[in-house]
Design a protein. Structure first.
Length: 764
């Protein structure tokens, strides 16, 4: 309960604490502190200092008289029992009884010698005393304030460390409530739509005054908080060696940073004459160092939680891995800065007391050098986690990250070991979270195939489209993937690369019925732009024909870059190695409620088409579960071969024939190569074969040049009107995603409040 009262005291605590009622252990401890500096001569000098203190009648009499003079009686017996227990355990000696001061009359007490603080500290280096003494009022007040402020700081450090959890609990609660509100709105919307015989239109409900006010307020919230980039329009794109998350995430992170900064800068009651640290500067160094160390340690479980794949908070809030990964990085950065301040502060205090020789003496202490190593490695982890390294050299980043994190956790454990496990309350959860995450990963692998070493995938590479098709049999899969799902894939052909696992969005799941019965769960790896071009060759013509798999398979469309994906391409180019042994972990990801929107606009680039393909079957279903009446796919590709293959191989013909679905393909290869003009049309007649008739061609429009993303979003918004609802889904290069985000902010500002923006991309 006492922790509940501290928030009321933190901001009113002043330097006049000494004037408070002397109640409780601090008063008793203050008397004991004043006598700690003294030694009495009524005991055997051969005994240890602790034994002499416990046995000395002069010490006990001085202590009891001080307590009787300055402290209330409440809690005295319990405190003395604790002191007596300590003496019995440490020295096998019981302290003298309280009754030894019964013979002291008021006159006797008045004649007891009163020691000033300077005298008491001098006697710590002088001869032992042969008389009963008492601290004077100033000496006692200094001792009381020293202890009161020290224990106040201990409780405050703990309270401010726990405040980190209150902050994130509030953030998560907002996310859960936000998601529940959307689910309730969706249920109400569906129920309203299905009332039989009711000719009241939804627009009439939306036209009510309260609903209009709510929609306008929500539109403003989306325009200024939820959708925009933090600064300007760059969000998915990196700025130098860093990335800036969306505005709503940035505001959350900013609030967290400010909270940590404030809590590390307030509530430091210092005073001249502190018995522990006489200098005010030393007190500040000690308190600040302890505060930053405790809060940094309190942030550890949050770092581990936000950085895991199997984070239950993702399911509760509906936020993706990228959101929590941003939180993970910033909590880690804040904790690292706090750890640096903690280490610098203690180093400064060591040098205040001595020099390099004293510092080297401390470096030989187990807890000290473990703390120094932990701080240095935390800085190293942050340095190795910059955007450029983790994006371009993911394997190096991953191995370094895991290895150094384990050492940091271990050295931190030994650093706080001197507190008898008091602060391990923040260490063990990190280990538990890590073990639980690994266990859940294993369960996901077993759910895909209980014989984990017996999954063989077929990998093929087409040089004309620069795409690796990875087909993984999934007849043993226990969990059916949802649109937008992705899997982590481990390639086990070479044990050197067995630790490498990359997230790949599922392109689609093919059933036993052949290509036209694909379940439409489509994905790609990172929604990134195409990077290699070549002409269509006869060698790839077989890939343009629909195939009929003998067993259910998951198909992944992978753009090879560096690392694992480049290795897959090398495997495919070797005629003798097209079969690869893999572990498949998943599915991960959450399905977006696109089926609740009348109109959906996909802005895709390269293999980002897979996200659109994954949602098509659920959006175009005929069972009444989907409200979609128009789906427009704007797709930018470099290689013509890619979109030819996808249209003829990966999209069921019934989907292409659906009047609700239309595709606009923008081939950028010729423009990038300085060939055709951006407005030149590309001949699409080649897709008319024995599978796709002329009616299908009318739903597919091919153009040259990059798409005008802003115009596409504006046209889609104008088609649905200001009262309509439109979902804009971006999955492509970073620049394309930022253009789509900026365009959505623009149409929201123009009054199209029903526009919702979704960005499907995996962010490291």
């Amino acid at each position: 309960m006492r922790h509940l009262l501290w928030p009321l005291l933190l901001f009113v605590h002043t330097r006049h604490v000494a004037a408070a009622v002397r109640r409780g252990g601090h008063c008793f401890d203050a008397c004991d502190l004043t006598l700690t500096y003294l030694d009495f001569n009524d005991t055997d000098r051969a005994l240890s200092k602790k034994s002499r203190t416990c046995q000395s009648a002069l010490h006990a009499t001085s202590l009891y008289l001080c307590i009787d003079e300055h402290c209330v009686e409440d809690g005295r017996e319990e405190w003395l029992d604790g002191v007596n227990g300590t003496c019995q355990n440490a020295a096998g000696i019981s302290i003298p009884p309280w009754t030894i001061i019964d013979t002291f009359t008021p006159e006797d007490r008045a004649h007891v010698r009163r020691l000033k603080a300077e005298e008491g500290m001098w006697y710590s280096r002088g001869p032992p005393l042969n008389e009963v003494v008492l601290p004077d009022d100033d000496f006692f007040d200094r001792a009381f304030k020293t202890l009161e402020f020290a224990f106040f700081e201990i409780d405050t450090h703990w309270l401010y460390g726990i405040a980190m959890y209150y902050f994130w609990a509030a953030v998560i609660t907002i996310g859960i409530c936000w998601r529940l509100a959307f689910l309730i709105q969706e249920i109400r919307h569906r129920n309203f739509q299905r009332i039989p015989g009711d000719d009241l239109e939804l627009e009439d409900v939306n036209g009510r005054k309260g609903a209009q006010v709510t929609l306008r307020a929500y539109g403003l919230l989306k325009r200024y908080i939820l959708v925009p980039a933090t600064f300007g329009y760059r969000c998915a794109q990196n700025i130098g060696w860093c990335t800036i998350p969306p505005r709503v995430q940035s505001l959350t992170i900013f609030a967290f940073v400010i909270l940590n900064l404030i809590l590390c800068c307030i509530s430091y009651p210092v005073f001249a004459g502190n018995l522990y640290w006489p200098l005010v500067s030393t007190q500040l160094w000690r308190y600040v160092s302890d505060r930053t160390g405790v809060i940094a340690l309190a942030n550890f479980p949050l770092i581990w939680l936000f950085g895991t794949r199997n984070n239950v908070l993702m399911w509760l809030t509906g936020w993706g891995f990228g959101t929590y990964n941003s939180f993970h990085r910033w909590v880690a950065r804040v904790a690292t800065v706090q750890a640096v301040v903690h280490s610098v502060g203690y180093t400064e205090m060591v040098f205040e007391r001595g020099n390099w020789s004293l510092f080297m003496k401390y470096l030989r202490k187990h807890y000290f050098w473990n703390g120094e190593i932990a701080t240095v490695l935390m800085c190293a982890i942050c340095a190795c986690s910059v955007y450029g390294l983790r994006r371009c050299h993911y394997e190096i980043f991953l191995v370094t990250h895991i290895f150094l994190s384990i050492i940091v956790l271990l050295t931190t454990f030994y650093h706080v070991e001197i507190f008898n496990g008091e602060w391990n309350i923040f260490i063990w959860p990190c280990l538990a979270i890590w073990i639980l995450d690994r266990a859940l990963r294993l369960l996901r692998i077993l759910a895909f195939n209980r014989i984990i070493w017996n999954t063989y995938a077929t990998a093929t590479y087409d040089s004309t489209s620069n795409i690796v098709r990875l087909k993984v049999p999934c007849e043993q899969n226990l969990v059916r993937p949802q649109p937008g799902a992705y899997y982590y894939i481990y390639v086990l052909n070479d044990l050197l690369f067995a630790h490498q696992n990359h997230p790949f969005t599922l392109a689609y799941m093919s059933s036993n019925d052949g290509a036209d019965s694909t379940d439409g769960i489509h994905i790609s790896r990172h929604c990134r732009a195409d990077s290699t071009t070549s002409s269509v060759s006869s060698e790839s013509s077989s890939l343009l024909r629909p195939t009929s798999p003998r067993s259910p398979t998951l198909t992944f469309l992978i753009r090879p870059y560096d690392g694992l994906t480049s290795r897959l391409r090398r495997i495919c180019t070797s005629a003798s190695r097209t079969s690869v042994r893999v572990l498949v972990e998943g599915p991960y990801g959450a399905q977006q409620p696109l089926h609740t929107f009348p109109s959906v606009l996909f802005i895709a680039g390269g293999t980002g088409i897979a996200v659109a393909l994954s949602y098509l079957p659920s959006l175009l279903r005929e069972d009444g579960e989907s409200e979609v009446v128009d789906v427009h796919l704007v797709w930018a590709v470099r290689e013509q071969a890619l979109w030819k293959q996808v249209l003829q191989t990966d999209i069921p013909s019934m989907v292409l024939r659906d009047d609700r679905f239309r595709v606009t393909v923008h081939v950028t290869k010729d423009v990038d190569d300085g060939g055709k003009d951006a407005d030149d049309a590309i001949d699409s007649s080649h897709i008319a074969d024995r599978r796709y008739d002329q009616e299908v061609i009318g739903h597919v429009e091919a153009k040259g040049g990059r798409p005008n993303v802003s115009a596409a979003v504006e046209d889609a918004a104008q088609e649905v009107g200001r009262a309509g609802r439109l979902a804009v889904v971006a999955c492509g290069p970073a620049q394309m995603a930022d253009e789509a985000r900026r365009a959505c902010v623009g149409v929201l500002g123009a009054g199209y409040t029903g526009v919702e923006y979704f960005e499907e991309s995996f962010k490291w």
